[in-house]
Design a protein around this ligand. Structure first.
Ligand code: ACO
Length: 332
C-alpha cells in the first residue's frame, strides 16, 4: 500500500485581531491572567458578512493547492473538520465544495473537535493508501467567537478560543519511507460532558429553549482541571505510540506540532518528552486555541518559517473534547 504525503499546506485567519486588553473591556478578566494561564496574547475573530467556516476553509485550501501546484479541479475528495459548522446540516464540506466549484466529488465532515484535523488527515490518508483517490483536500476551520459566553461566568473558556482555518493537500508519496508514516486515533466517551456544548439538544422535545439560553448550556462548558490532567497524559502517550510504531525515539523528532490548546500543556509535553523548545512549534500567543484549525495553521506557519525541511520527521498530535486524542508521524 502506498503512503500519502502533504504536498501543500496553507492557512487563513480573519483580519480582526482581538487582544486580551480588548477582552478586559467585555468581562472581568486581565491580560496578566490570560497570559499566565494560557500563553495567549491575542486571537482573530471573524467578521460577519465576510468570513464563514466554509469560506475560511476555502481560503486556506487555495493556499495549500497553490503550494501543491494543483488546481481545485484536481481534487478527488474533501474531508472537512470542524466543531463550528455553518449550519446544523448540511456539513461545511459541501459548502466549501460549492465555494471552490468542485462539483460531485465526495465531501465528508469530521466532528472530532481538537483532534478533528488529525482524524480527517487519517481518513484522507486511508483513501490514498487504498488507491481509491489520489488528491484529497483535508481542512480544519472554526468560528468560535460567535458562540462564546462573554459574561464573567464564561470567562475561563471564552478567553481561550479564536477563529481560523488551515488546510493540506494529500497526494501519493513517492516511496513507503516518505509522507504519512502512520496515524493513531483514540476516543473515550466516558468524559463527553467534561468539555462540551450540550444545547441545542435533539433529545429534548424542543431542541432549543429559552431555558437553555438562560442556563447558558448553549455555550461551551469545560472542566479545566480534568481536561488538563487528561491532556498531559494522552499527548505524550499518543506521540510515543507513533514513534514506537515506526522505530523512533523522541529525540528523532525534528518538529512536533501539537494542537495549540494552552501554552502550559505544550510546555508540559515538551519537558516530559525531553524535547528542546526549538523542536516544538507554538503560535498560541497569536491565535489562541482554534480547535480543528490549530494543527494545520501551526503546520502551515512552521513550514513558511522554514522550520520544516525536506526529510524532517514531523509529528502532529492533538487532544480534545470527546475526549479524543490522535497523532500522525510524517517524513516530510
Ligand atoms: N480571567 C480572570 N480570572 C479568571 C478567568 C479569566 N478569564 N477565568 C477564571 N478566572 C478565575 C476563576 O474565577 C477563579 O477565581 P477564584 O479563585 O476567585 O474562584 C480563578 O481564576 C482560578 O480559576 P480556575 O478555574 O481554578 O483556573 P485554573 O488555574 O484552573 O485555570 C484553565 C483555568 C486555564 C482553564 C486551566 O484549568 C487549564 O489550563 N486547563 C486546561 C484546559 C485547557 O487548556 N483547555 C483548552 C481548550 S480544550 C483543548 O483544546 C484540549
Amino acid at each position: 500500500m502506498r503512503n500519502s504525503k502533504i504536498a501543500g499546506v496553507g492557512h487563513y485567519v480573519p483580519e480582526r485581531v482581538v487582544t486580551n486588553k480588548d477582552l478586559e473591556k467585555l468581562m472581568d478578566t486581565s491580560d496578566e491572567w490570560i497570559r499566565e494561564r494560557t500563553g495567549i496574547v491575542e486571537r482573530h475573530y471573524f467578521q460577519e458578512g465576510i468570513d464563514t467556516t466554509a469560506n475560511m476553509g476555502a481560503n486556506a485550501a487555495r493556499e495549500a493547492l497553490k503550494m501543491a501546484g494543483l488546481e481545485a479541479k484536481d481534487i478527488d475528495m474533501i474531508v472537512f473538520a470542524t466543531l463550528s459548522p455553518d449550519y446544523i446540516f448540511p456539513g461545511s464540506g459541501v459548502l466549501m465544495q460549492r465555494e471552490l466549484g468542485l462539483k460531485e466529488i465526495p465531501a465528508l465532515d469530521v466532528r472530532n473537535q481538537c483532534s478533528g484535523f488529525i482524524y480527517a488527515l487519517s481518513v484522507g490518508d486511508q483513501f490514498i493508501k487504498t488507491g481509491m483517490y489520489n488528491n484529497v483536500l483535508v481542512v480544519g476551520s472554526e468560528i468560535h467567537s460567535s458562540g462564546l459566553d462573554f459574561s464573567t461566568q464564561g470567562r475561563a473558556v471564552s478567553v481561550i478560543f479564536g477563529d481560523g482555518a488551515g488546510a493540506v493537500v494529500l497526494t501519493p508519496a513517492e516511496s513507503s519511507d516518505k509522507g504519512v508514516l502512520s496515524t493513531h486515533l483514540h476516543a473515550d466517551g466516558e468524559f463527553a460532558e467534561e468539555l462540551a456544548v450540550t444545547a441545542p439538544n435533539s433529545n429534548k422535545k424542543d431542541r432549543l429553549t429559552h431555558e437553555m439560553i438562560d442556563d447558558r448550556s448553549i455555550y461551551p462548558y469545560m472542566n479545566g482541571n480534568v481536561v488538563f490532567k487528561h491532556a498531559v497524559t494522552h499527548f505524550p502517550e499518543v506521540i510515543k505510540e507513533a514513534l514506537d510504531k515506526n522505530g523512533y525515539k523522541p529525540s528523532d523528532i525534528d518538529m512536533l506540532i501539537p494542537h495549540q490548546a494552552n501554552l502550559r500543556i505544550t510546555s508540559y509535553i515538551q519537558q516530559t518528552m525531553g524535547l528542546s523548545p526549538e523542536n516544538v512549534f507554538s503560535n498560541i500567543h497569536k491565535y489562541g486555541n482554534t480547535t480543528a484549525a490549530s494543527v494545520p495553521i501551526a503546520l502551515s506557519e512552521a513550514y513558511a518559517e522554514g522550520r520544516i525541511k525536506e526529510g524532517d520527521l514531523v509529528c502532529l498530535a492533538a487532544f480534545g473534547s470527546g475526549f479524543t486524542w490522535a497523532s500522525a508521524l510524517i517524513r516530510w
